[in-house]
Design a protein around this ligand. Structure first.
Ligand SMILES: [Zn+2]
Length: 109
């Protein structure tokens, strides 16, 4: 069980929160210009990091506010909690999933 420190409410039990997926996935600047494959990759492809991973959480039974958490996916250690819009504290791969949209077919040509 994690003890999560909400930026607004302080330390609370994990059961008060819901996980919201990978943080820092930027919405495409021009979604209409994306191919179906690129759009699907934006929607569904996420990093599967071993180690420090930036993720979104919402304090659903408390202040109902979203925030970001940097958590180690191996040890579950919470390394940092920071507000939405703030950069990833360790300067890691912000927006990596959106920035790495590639076409596997293109790579094989
Ligand atoms: Zn809260």
């Amino acid at each position: 069980m994690l003890l999560i420190s909400c930026p607004n409410c302080g330390p609370r039990d994990e059961t008060e929160f819901h996980y919201g997926g990978q943080a820092h996935v930027a919405y495409p600047e021009n979604p209409a210009a994306l191919s179906d494959r690129e759009w699907a990759e934006y929607l569904f492809y996420r990093d599967n990091t071993k180690g420090a991973f930036a993720e979104r959480w919402v304090h659903s039974t408390g202040c109902r506010q979203w925030f970001n958490m940097l958590r180690d996916t191996v040890s579950y250690e919470i390394q940092s909690i920071y507000r939405m819009g703030e950069p990833r504290p360790d300067g890691g791969r912000a927006g990596a999933a959106a920035a790495t949209i590639t076409s596997p077919e293109g790579a094989q040509k």
